[in-house]
Design a protein around this ligand. Structure first.
Ligand SMILES: [Zn+2]
Length: 166
């Protein structure tokens, strides 16, 4: 086995490329049933440690559970031109879709102790694009995990008729 093949296998098997290897893999190869809300929130907390929020200091992490059991993490990334900033949940969606995955089961979002992490309207719409039946977990201002169906958070979501498969 070549070195790159061995590394690829290690990333696939462990979700991590090992010490010093870049880029770090963003998935964890665990079965869907193994993920509890608390565990998924733990992944969101991990994502939050990477948040880039020097302007608001409102650091957010998200963990998107895919239909195949893997988890994609995302954090908010701010910009000096504020309108270019991106939320953690959308960051995770962009990562998943760009890796060829569009089927999502659940998302967990946390802002730690900074406050309620209920997804913003823009993120609700983006999540709805791919997973109208998504289960959404977020940590509220008191630290509790709240669970809602996306449909309850975004009634009458905007949709368009699709023209083809892509
Ligand atoms: Zn958002």
């Amino acid at each position: 086995m070549t070195r790159s093949a061995a590394l690829a296998r290690r990333i696939r098997d462990t979700g991590h490329a090992g010490r010093g290897a870049e880029p770090r893999a963003w998935t964890s190869g665990r079965a869907v049933r193994a993920w509890s809300a608390v565990e998924l929130m733990g992944e969101a907390e991990r994502a939050r440690t990477e948040a880039y929020a020097p302007y608001s200091r409102f650091r957010v992490g998200a963990a998107l559970l895919l239909s195949d059991g893997r988890v994609v993490r995302g954090c908010n990334v701010e910009n000096a031109s504020f309108g270019l900033s991106i939320c953690a949940q959308r960051n995770a969606v962009w990562k998943a879709v760009s890796e060829g995955v569009r089927e999502f089961v659940a998302v967990a979002v946390t802002a730690g102790r900074a406050g309620d992490a209920s997804p913003c309207g823009a993120c609700r719409q983006v999540l709805h694009e791919f997973a109208p039946g998504l289960t959404v977990y977020w940590r509220d201002a008191r630290g509790r995990i709240v669970r809602r169906r996306l449909g309850a958070l975004l009634e009458h979501a905007f949709t368009l008729k699709r023209r083809g498969s892509s």
